[in-house]
Design a protein around this ligand. Structure first.
Ligand SMILES: Nc1ncnc2c1ncn2[C@@H]1O[C@H](COP(=O)(O)OP(=O)(O)OP(=O)(O)O)[C@@H](O)[C@H]1O
Ligand SMILES: O=P(O)(O)OC[C@H]1O[C@H](OP(=O)(O)OP(=O)(O)O)[C@H](O)[C@@H]1O
Length: 242
């Protein structure tokens, strides 16, 4: 059954963020966990029935993490969950009311532990990354103009194969860097997942959206696991960009 006119459509990222978002969403009445059967479930659209915390019901779209802002910006979804890395890479017309604390990691520069790169103006530098814009902005702020080599995954192979001198990629536990003999040079951005809202939906569906934001805020305020999650990737006292 499709949601009522006052029902909300959510774009949620498939993969690791979805698993962390499910318990939080359940606490605010969006019980996708009751319908989604896990990673082998290939359905991409779920209509959740109305409930006491969700009077209009909800439609959930499961999309690739990097595509969530596109669905919300175009108004196909009212609300989404996206990493601050994805949001920082491309400027969008979106309202971002809440840091959900989940999906904590950091965007960092890394290089071969045995082959440090001298960083000086005028020295040529090749950097492989899934984040060309954030990467370029960071190096330029230091007066360095690198050649960006865009990749879509397994970025750590860049310096190992000679494709690049350094990489800019997400680091969570640091295990991928360690196992590939790379060392972290510098953090560019501390990353968490954010709630994003289509600006027009905020006006047209003001009541259910503000109620959902308030409920999520309450749930986060009493959620010790989220606080632990954030602190595992982010030194105490640090804020946003490194
Ligand atoms: N260790 C991590 N590596 C990558 N991303 C992470 C990590 N921890 C948290 N994240 C967050 O998860 C988001 C999605 O990651 P990614 O694009 O790798 O998708 P995924 O979870 O592997 O799912 P899919 O394979 O379907 O794309 C990132 O943009 C980032 O905000
Ligand atoms: O510090 P760690 O805990 O090891 O996590 C970091 C790794 O996880 C991500 O890769 P992902 O698993 O998404 O695969 P990908 O290389 O295809 O992006 C990221 O791009 C790193 O490679």
């Amino acid at each position: 059954m499709a949601p009522r006119a006052d029902g909300l459509t959510l774009a949620l990222p498939k993969g690791r963020i979805l698993k962390q978002a499910l318990p939080l969403l359940r606490r605010v009445g969006i019980d996708l966990a009751a319908a989604w059967e896990g990673e082998h479930d290939r359905r991409l659209l779920f209509d959740l029935p109305p409930g006491p915390d969700l009077p209009g019901g909800a439609r959930v779209l499961l999309v690739k993490p990097v595509d969530v802002p596109t669905y919300v910006e175009h108004g196909v979804a009212d609300i989404g969950v996206a990493g601050s890395d994805t949001l920082g890479e491309e400027a969008r017309d979106l309202y971002e009311p809440l840091d959900l604390g989940i999906g904590a990691c950091r965007l960092a520069i890394a290089e071969p532990a045995a082959r440090p790169t001298p960083l000086r103006r005028g020295v040529s530098l090749r950097v492989a990354t899934k984040y060309p814009r954030l990467t370029l902005n960071h190096y330029r702020s230091k007066g360095i103009q690198p050649e960006i080599i865009p990749l879509f995954g397994s970025v750590e192979l860049g310096p190992i194969t000679g494709l690049s001198d350094q990489i800019v990629d997400l680091v969570e536990s640091g295990e991928t860097l360690r196992q590939n003999n790379l060392r972290e040079v510098e953090t560019i951005l501390y990353v968490t997942s954010r709630l994003i809202v289509h600006p027009a939906s905020l006006k047209l569906k003001q009541a259910p959206i503000t109620a959902l934001i308030a409920a999520l805020r309450d749930a986060l305020a009493t959620d010790g696991s989220t606080a632990r999650n954030v602190s595992s990737a982010r030194p105490t006292g640090s804020e946003g960009t490194a």
